[in-house]
Design a protein around this ligand. Structure first.
Ligand SMILES: Cc1cc2nc3c(=O)[nH]c(=O)nc-3n(C[C@H](O)[C@H](O)[C@H](O)COP(=O)(O)O)c2cc1C
Length: 164
């Protein structure tokens, strides 16, 4: 009996310790605030750290003009290998649960998401992608991420409603 009680207490301690140390992060890129609103709500709901993926050079409204093929976003999105610089590095290897959010640009994730993933140490990590968009779905963007980063355990993507 005493042995059983000891085992139960050890198990309870282990469970409560692991629950306490579970680290969750919601990392997002948002050029005009919509994804940011959604990310903030998600972080609150998940009791997670909130992290803004910030470009070294902030996108102006001219940069975001998708009608102009000469705008910064159009030039970046035309080039699969474009990797816009980040303001800072962020390693995600210490987190147990990772959410990555972005606006859909030209039916995929903005290239800065690639820059971010490539420096975040996500090998073997479970990652939940989420996005906002004008009307496109998230599936194509997640398929592209899966193909580019097969070492990440991508979960089903979630297109979120506008939070602003
Ligand atoms: C350069 C650019 C390309 C976009 N491409 C798409 C698209 O292919 N499909 C779509 O539904 N919305 C598209 N949008 C709209 C954004 O996905 C949408 O407004 C998003 O919610 C913006 O999020 P943010 O405020 O966090 O930047 C595009 C917006 C920009 C600026």
């Amino acid at each position: 009996m005493k042995k059983i009680l000891t085992i139960i207490s050890i198990l309870l301690i282990a469970v409560s310790a692991s629950a306490k140390t579970k680290k969750v992060i919601v990392a997002y890129f948002s050029a005009s605030g919509i994804t940011e609103g959604v990310a903030k709500e998600l972080a609150k709901e998940k009791n997670a750290e909130l992290y803004a993926i910030t470009p070294e050079k902030i996108y102006t409204s001219e940069d975001l003009d998708y009608r102009s093929m000469q705008s910064r976003s159009s030039i970046e999105m035309k080039d699969k290998n474009s990797r816009p610089a980040l303001k800072e590095k962020k390693d995600l290897s210490k987190y147990d649960e990772i959410y990555i959010g972005y606006p859909i640009w030209w039916n995929v994730a903005p290239r800065i998401i690639n820059t971010f993933i490539e420096q975040a140490n996500l090998k073997g990590k479970i990652v939940y992608p989420f996005a906002t968009s004008g009307s496109s779905g998230i599936e194509n963007s997640v398929n592209e991420l899966k193909a580019s980063y097969p070492e990440v355990k991508w979960q089903e993507g979630k297109l979120m409603k506008k939070a602003r």
